[in-house]
Design a protein around this ligand. Structure first.
Ligand SMILES: *Cc1c(COP(=O)(O)O)cnc(C)c1O
Length: 430
């Protein structure tokens, strides 16, 4: 194809930003022309199995008939209408579904346009909540290290301060408090000692903390770590004890990925505020949600200004809501449970042997998430080339080669991914 290439990758290289890449020496970009099921079709006709679910989002696979139909039907009614002073059935149905399926008590829904915005909204809610109770001092946040909450400024301020993604912006970010990352791994014996440092920090700083924000049970882009649900249970208790709101960011973990519909369910807790995104629309378009309990909703709107101060232009976009409703209906058929269980089982069987390779420091699996932590940072372009040649799409970062495939992946397709990764870790040793 080369110079006759229909997709002008040269224009792309010269003019278009991609996520986390350089304008000077960009990573190679693979032109994709279509996608169906778990496969992306490249311009040269080759197909690759998407091990990333387009970054946690495409849980039911590409080109899903129900999601397509929902988009087409809604398109012919209205794609968008402002949400200020107007409402519509797709949004009402979606919020009803979200309230029903999320942990108890989360009865109010704010529809946002992306995960990062949902996090900004959650943090604004927490600050406004305390300010409206006449407590202007509680405006800081505490977060465990190794967290990731998005790329906007407030979200950056609570993401891991040193693991690279945002350290450059440290001078302009609000200074937040960071507790040690959760230590006891998922499945290990709980060690209560690890709550000591966090308890001390809350004891000395609770009067200035609005909320604790964390990713329940699985920390995503800040390290792909899977921790003991007891940590989350203890955090819930400590937040209650010290008068601090708890924000759970389930943008990556929500909608079945960890083996529970929401990762909070591993600990049987409800946060005060919950952020959702990524798989909400089954990977079709951008939409996110911030849910809160009645106490937060009422608290935010007491006193001046009496309203919650946020309202995106595309809030409650009907097209996105309609697709989200279709995606949640597919989830509600409950096939995801056996699918995720089967993926977890197979990943344990087929990825854990990678531990034998000298290049591998750790392998961990939870739900439909498999992580290989290498001893040194990987060459992303080289790993991608290696995998593409074997019909597999992955996007490693740092030392982490990880997969979270669509739930509908077949046993054979998943084996193709795990075999490729098994070959890869020995390749890296050489
Ligand atoms: C991806 C992610 C975000 C940010 O979502 P965007 O839609 O990319 O803005 C926030 N929190 C977590 C845990 C995420 O994985």
């Amino acid at each position: 194809m080369g110079i006759l290439s229909f997709i002008d990758t040269q224009f792309d290289t010269q003019h278009i930003w991609h996520p986390y890449t350089s304008a000077i020496s960009p990573l190679p970009c693979y032109p994709v022309v279509s996608a169906s099921g778990v496969k992306l079709t490249l311009e040269d006709g080759n197909q690759v199995i998407d091990g990333m679910s387009s970054w946690w989002a495409t849980v039911h696979g590409y080109n899903h008939p129900d999601l397509n139909a929902a988009a087409e039907t809604q398109l012919k009614k209205m794609s968008h209408v402002m949400f200020g002073g107007i409402t519509h059935e797709p949004a009402i149905e979606l919020c009803r579904k979200l309230i029903d399926m999320t942990p108890d008590g989360l009865n109010r829904v704010f529809l946002a346009d992306s995960g990062s915005v949902a996090v900004e909204v959650s943090m604004k809610m927490a600050v406004q909540y305390w300010a409206c109770q006449g407590n202007q001092n509680k405006h800081k946040f505490i977060a465990p290290r190794n967290g990731y909450h998005g790329d906007t400024f407030a979200a950056m301020s609570v993401s891991d301060p040193t693991n690279g993604m945002h350290s450059l912006f440290a001078p302009v970010l609000n200074q937040q408090l960071f507790a040690p990352a959760p230590q006891t791994r998922f499945g290990q014996a709980w060690n209560e000692d690890e709550m000591g440092p966090l308890t001390d920090m809350l004891e000395s700083h609770h009067h200035e903390i609005a909320a604790m924000i964390l990713e329940p049970v699985v920390q995503g882009a800040g390290g792909m770590r899977m921790y003991h649900p007891q940590y989350l249970r203890r955090v819930r208790q400590l937040c209650d004890q010290y008068g601090i709101l708890l924000i759970c960011d389930e943008i990556a973990t929500g909608f079945g990925r960890t083996g529970k519909l929401f990762a909070c369910e591993h600990a049987n807790i409800s946060p005060d505020i919950l952020c959702l995104g990524k798989a909400l629309t089954g990977g079709y378009m951008t939409l996110a949600a911030t849910l809160c309990n009645d106490d937060v909703a009422m608290g935010v709107c007491q006193g001046e200004p009496g309203v919650f101060m946020h309202g995106p232009t595309y809030m409650g976009n009907p097209l996105a809501c309609a697709v989200a409703n279709a995606s949640l209906s597919v989830l509600q058929r409950n096939e995801w449970q056996s699918q995720v269980q089967a993926i977890e089982h197979q990943l344990k069987e087929e990825l854990l042997p990678c531990l034998d390779a000298d290049s591998v420091a750790d392998v961990r699996v939870l739900g439909a998430i498999g992580v290989i932590e290498m001893r040194s940072p990987v060459d992303v372009a080289a790993v991608q080339r290696f995998c593409i040649n074997r019909g597999v799409w992955v996007r490693p970062f740092g030392k982490l080669v990880y997969i979270m495939p669509p739930f509908i992946i077949s046993r054979e397709e998943l084996s193709q991914i795990t075999q490729t990764l098994n070959e890869l870790v020995y390749q890296a040793t050489a």
